[in-house]
Ligand binder design. Structure first.
Ligand SMILES: NC(=O)c1ccc[n+]([C@@H]2O[C@H](COP(=O)([O-])OP(=O)(O)OC[C@H]3O[C@@H](n4cnc5c(N)ncnc54)[C@H](OP(=O)(O)O)[C@@H]3O)[C@@H](O)[C@H]2O)c1
Length: 257
């Protein structure tokens, strides 16, 4: 007998969500999951070809048509961010979700041997871009009745570890930015700000950090997506200012979210 129950509504229906680093790794899988959960996704990344592949995959599943926004966070100017903020506001009127996912690892090694230009590049992509993008998108986020900002941290951004240098320091800064923004915005807006640590995940970045590791031993980016969807959904509206471990959250979130 066919079930007469109506299909449950998708958890992100009608939401507009921007994902940085959407062309590969965790950002790609999460962008697909957001689209499957009903969101219109703005795919931001530096590699147009990779973004087009994600776009094609979303369109081939007849989901909400995404937007592609090629942008290199290492070299984008303040004006580039402001133009993006304006165009999101004009096109959609509001932004419901912002996932700062793009990240740059650099080269691991003793801090005193880190070339200054490597340090600056990591800070630009991992920290400054998060500030500039959130700032530029604030009018659109404030126009949402229930917006979320998610920063991406790491275990080395919560406890320092030798040889993780600028990457670790940048993730500590991300945690600080999250806490300051969450505290500031909670009394004046509906915006919730949190950080996530995905944990060791099978991606190009992880392979660069641990070249001798068997990638098959690691969880896939796809396996993390229910937690990322949950954090953008109405069910997570009470969570603010938290440093979240995606693995721990996955144990509490049903895989159908
Ligand atoms: N994988 C892990 O085990 C792990 C653990 C803890 C935290 N994280 C964090 O999780 C996030 C996602 O990591 P991942 O493992 O999925 O990394 P990934 O596979 O290297 O993907 C990172 C994405 O960010 C993009 N990106 C890098 N630099 C950029 C720039 N200058 N402008 C625009 N986009 C840029 C990359 O673009 P390209 O495709 O063009 O390179 C890529 O799409 C990062 O913030 C990372 O620090 C990952």
């Amino acid at each position: 007998m066919p079930s007469s129950r109506a299909p449950s509504p998708k958890p992100l229906s009608g939401k507009i969500i921007l994902v940085t680093g959407a062309g590969d790794g965790i950002g790609k899988s999460v962008s697909l999951a957001y689209a499957r959960a009903g969101a219109t996704v703005i795919l931001l990344g530096r590699n147009q070809q990779k973004l087009e592949q994600v776009y094609d995959e979303i369109v081939s599943e007849q989901l909400c048509e995404p937007i592609i926004h090629p942008m290199d966070l290492a070299s984008a100017s303040v004006e580039d961010y402001e133009l993006l903020g304006k165009s999101v506001k004009e096109q959609f009127g509001h932004l419901d979700g912002l996932l700062h996912n793009a990240g740059h690892l650099g080269t691991l090694g003793p801090m005193q041997y880190t070339p200054p230009e490597t340090w600056m590049k990591i800070m630009q992509i991992n920290v400054n871009a998060g500030f500039l993008l959130t700032r530029a998108l604030m009018p659109a986020l404030l126009s949402s009745s229930d917006a979320r900002v998610l920063f991406t941290s790491s275990s080395v951004g919560r406890k320092g570890r030798a040889y993780w240098g600028a990457y670790a320091v940048s993730k500590f800064a991300v945690e600080g930015m999250m806490q300051v923004m969450a505290d500031e915005l909670q009394s004046i807006s509906a915006i919730k700000v949190n950080s996530v640590n995905p944990g060791a995940t099978r991606t190009p970045m992880r392979a660069a950090a641990y070249p001798a590791e068997n990638p098959g031993s690691l969880p896939t980016p796809e396996s993390l997506t229910p937690a990322y969807v949950f954090l953008m959904s109405d069910a997570a509206a009470h969570i603010n200012g938290q440093a979240i471990n995606i693995r721990e959250l996955l144990e509490q979130v049903p895989s159908s979210v």
